[in-house]
Design a protein around this ligand. Structure first.
Ligand SMILES: [Zn+2]
Ligand SMILES: [Zn+2]
Ligand SMILES: [Zn+2]
Length: 463
């Protein structure tokens, strides 16, 4: 296509590959606009511009790069693609389902699991509608251009409203705050879960950045502590001893470590990975404490979402007529809510793998953990006002996969047996450090073997 309709400059390129910047589909910058229009009978460059502007209208105050909204890899609907249809709607990152067929969009080739670049094909993509690996997304062998006549109806009501009402749905002072990487269009139309009234503190310009960071860190720590408490005391009240056994590496003097309770497993590794702690086990009371905010360099306890929280804070700051440090209540409310929802989702992710992983005495790799983390990002939209008043109202809307947080009570746990309850009291702590000390004091074969056993066990559970 570029050979036929490309710009003069592109036509001059003699090699077999044409750079990505000439093959992009946003502005079609590799093409000669006149010959494109003459041959397609439509000003497709202008059409693109209109479509993109329309889709971004409701969030016009977001100044993100277009890649945030229109990713560089192809997102498509199997049914639409099978008849050769693809639209900016499919490519728009806030849309996760085909607005015509209501089916989940595909982002990776089902055969090779790789993403397909959203570009005009070059030699590496020799045939139309074909992935590099050879998988055909659609097959038009023998069909005529003239038979490409399909009409499509948008059935997704949210998408319809988003396009039709543009920025008219929300008031001129309304601001929508969300994480573009996890938001989905239907969330904007969810009934608001709750409204918070945030009282504005008296404005004090002296609040420095470092002080704000420190305050946010403290705030985040309290928030995490309360989630931790909730999980331990509300969800896992029957598993306190199981948690102890794993967390303190307890076992009987003779024999192996007891089987791991899946609930204890989920809790302990959830906690370890969130706090980025060195070990899953604890050796002293000190381990229970949180790492201190190093002179304001550390923003949040929940490091896994630190970037997202910083991003939300900065977006909020751009969306109000004050500094975020001048409206700590609002900032706190937004960041805490995001943290709470993330942490709970993430705990349920751990629960979902706990049964098998605990039985196999293994931990997931960081790649798997990152995947779990991605799936835990809450779909949440805060609606607040640009004009900060004394009492600021914030609406929170969330999309919940309702089955995402069902607490499965039926996993087998060690503490339910009488034997465990009896043995539990005789169990002692066997940490690698403690064993090393023992070997140092008395390098007997027995001690050495035990030390090796403990090390092997711990290394199986090292993230
Ligand atoms: Zn479709
Ligand atoms: Zn492929
Ligand atoms: Zn248990």
């Amino acid at each position: 296509m570029l050979r036929l309709f490309g710009s003069v400059e592109v036509k001059k390129i003699r090699g077999t590959t044409i750079g990505d910047s000439r093959r992009e589909l946003f502005r079609l910058s590799g093409f000669d606009p006149v010959s494109l229009e003459q041959n397609l009978y439509v000003d497709i460059i202008r059409q693109n511009e209109i479509a993109i502007t329309k889709l971004l209208m409701p969030i016009g105050y977001y100044n993100d790069h277009e890649e945030t909204w229109f990713p560089k890899s192809l997102r498509w609907c199997r049914q639409c693609m099978s008849v050769g249809y693809h639209s900016w709607l499919h490519q728009f990152s806030l849309i996760k389902r085909c607005p015509i067929h209501m089916t989940e969009l595909i982002t990776q080739c089902p055969t090779c699991n790789k993403s397909i670049p959203f570009l005009i094909s070059d030699t590496s993509l020799g045939n139309p509608f074909t992935c590099k690996c050879g998988n055909k997304l659609a097959d038009f062998a023998g069909s005529q251009w003239s038979t490409w006549k399909y009409t499509f109806q948008i059935t997704d009501e949210c998408v319809k409203d988003w396009i039709e009402r543009g920025d008219k749905k929300w008031g001129i002072n309304d601001r929508l705050l969300f994480n573009p990487n996890s938001a989905e269009i239907s969330t904007f139309y969810r009934e608001c879960r709750f409204t918070s009234q945030v009282h504005q503190h008296k404005t004090s310009r002296q609040n420095s950045d470092i002080q704000l960071t420190k305050e946010l860190y403290e705030e985040n720590k309290q928030c995490f502590k309360s989630i931790d408490k909730y999980i331990r005391n509300k969800l896992l009240c029957k598993h306190h001893n199981c948690i102890r056994v794993l967390q303190e590496l307890r076992k009987l003097k003779k024999g192996e470590f007891p089987p791991i309770c899946p609930y204890a497993y989920a809790y302990i590794f959830w906690r370890q990975s969130i706090l980025n702690a060195q070990h899953f086990y604890i050796t002293s009371k000190k381990d229970h404490q949180f790492p201190a905010s190093k002179s304001g360099s550390r923003n949040f306890v929940t490091q896994l979402i630190e970037e997202t929280l910083v991003d939300l804070r900065d977006r909020l700051s751009a969306q109000i007529n004050l500094e975020v440090s001048d409206t700590p209540g609002l900032t706190r409310m937004v960041l805490n809510r995001y943290t709470i929802e993330f942490c709970l989702n993430y705990f349920h992710q751990w629960l979902s793998i706990a049964k098998e992983s605990a039985a196999a005495i293994r931990v997931p790799s960081w790649t798997e953990i990152n995947k779990m983390m991605e799936l835990s990002q809450p779909m949440i939209v805060f609606r607040h006002s640009y004009e900060i008043r004394f009492i600021q109202e914030v609406e929170v809307a969330m999309s919940h996969e309702t089955n995402q947080r069902i607490f499965n009570k039926d996993m087998k746990c060690i503490s339910s047996t009488k034997r465990f309850r009896k043995e539990y009291r005789q169990m002692r702590t066997f940490t690698p450090m403690g064993m090393a000390m023992k070997v140092y004091e008395n390098p007997s074969t027995e001690n050495k073997q035990l030390s090796e056993y403990v090390n092997r066990y711990v290394s199986r559970l090292r993230i």
